[in-house]
Design a protein around this ligand. Structure first.
Ligand SMILES: [Mg+2]
Length: 346
């Protein structure tokens, strides 16, 4: 495409680029998998890179499941066994690490608005938490006094060292009120997984709020700004730098979203590649280019990962949408990242 701001990559020119890269960081949904299905051709590219001695890291923005669960998913989808739990980074792990490093004081607990993924990672580091799961208004209402005037906090403020907020389908006014009250203590840390606005679902006409609106509610009610760990923010990058010795200039971030994946790469001096197998498309790149949003214009773009090793997999948007509808069921859990992907397919 003439004058397109990014370089198109395929099996012909990828080897030349490969010489300049030691580490590849892949987003997961829309890149390695699509909902519950493997992205055709991607396992072959990962095999190819590992054979060439390249380091492969998976960085997802989904905090609903732990790294152990994602590791099982990768294995089930046929990915190289070398890519296990220790190759994966998700916001839940970064949250736990952030609390650990910021010195969540001995004996202090975390008030958690979040799901199993965060619980698993906090358990891994022996961090105590409470508050997860349903907390209905009825439990706080004796029928006489308005609950907002006599809401009982289960822990004293001085015993709560952090409020952690992520996707939580049981989020309600009680949880908001508790979070805002625990955060009155300025020494109480406020950490959020990610700020994605919405999640995709099988029905493109239904808006499914993600963690972003929940984080925003707590932020406004408490008057506190959270440390947000997910892409495009820096805690995820710092976490990667602590775990692996990477040279940013010889590292490529590959993702399907310009506002999380590409931005993350650009903010942290990495090379960036957008794959068109998920959320954002060439029109989005052109739009960013025309609006001088160079932080969201990738250096490279490719059809999908398989195309970089000659595994030409042309899943049309219609096929991909059908695939999604078949595989993506709410019973599997409410959250799969890439908010506008499903909409983009229609
Ligand atoms: Mg993605």
């Amino acid at each position: 495409m003439d004058n397109f701001p990014s370089t198109f990559l395929d099996a012909q020119n990828f080897p030349a680029v490969l010489d300049d890269i030691d580490t590849f960081i892949f987003d997961a949904d829309g890149v390695l998998w699509l909902g519950e299905a493997v992205m055709p051709g991607s396992p072959a590219l990962v095999d190819f890179l590992l054979k060439k001695g390249k380091r492969v890291i998976v960085l997802t923005n989904n905090a609903t499941k732990s790294r152990a669960v994602y590791s099982e998913k990768l294995a089930k989808l046929g990915y190289n066994k070398q890519i296990g739990k220790n190759s994966i980074v998700n916001p839940a792990a970064v949250v736990a690490d952030t609390l650990h490093r910021q010195g969540l004081s001995e004996g202090k607990k975390v008030y958690l608005i979040g799901t199993q993924g965060i619980k698993d990672e906090l358990d891994d580091l022996g961090i105590e938490y409470f508050g997860d799961g349903p907390d209905p208004v009825e439990n706080h209402h004796d029928g006489k006094t308005a609950f907002i005037y006599d809401l009982e906090l289960e822990e004293d403020l001085e015993d709560v060292g952090a409020v952690v907020v992520g996707y939580e389908r049981h989020f309600n006014y009680i949880k908001l009120m508790k979070a805002a009250n625990y955060l009155k203590d300025e020494s109480c840390l406020f950490v959020a997984t990610n700020e994605d606005e919405t999640c995709p679902g099988p029905n493109p006409n239904t808006v499914i709020p993600d963690a972003g609106p929940i984080v925003a509610a707590v932020q406004i009610a408490s008057g506190r700004a959270p440390v947000v760990v997910g892409k495009p923010n820096t805690p995820a990058f710092e976490y990667i730098c602590r775990r692996w010795e990477i040279n940013p200039q010889r590292t490529m971030m590959v993702g399907d979203r310009t506002n999380t994946d590409v931005k993350f790469g650009k903010y942290h001096g990495l090379k960036t590649c957008l794959v068109l197998s998920g959320c954002h498309q060439v029109e989005d790149v052109l739009d960013h280019h025309e609006n001088d949003r160079h932080d969201m214009v990738p250096d490279f773009y490719a059809e999908n990962l398989g195309s970089l090793v000659g595994k030409e997999v042309h899943m049309t948007k219609k096929e991909a949408a059908a695939h999604l509808l078949e595989k993506l069921t709410l019973a599997e859990g409410p959250y799969v990242p890439q908010p506008s992907r499903v909409l983009a397919y229609y």
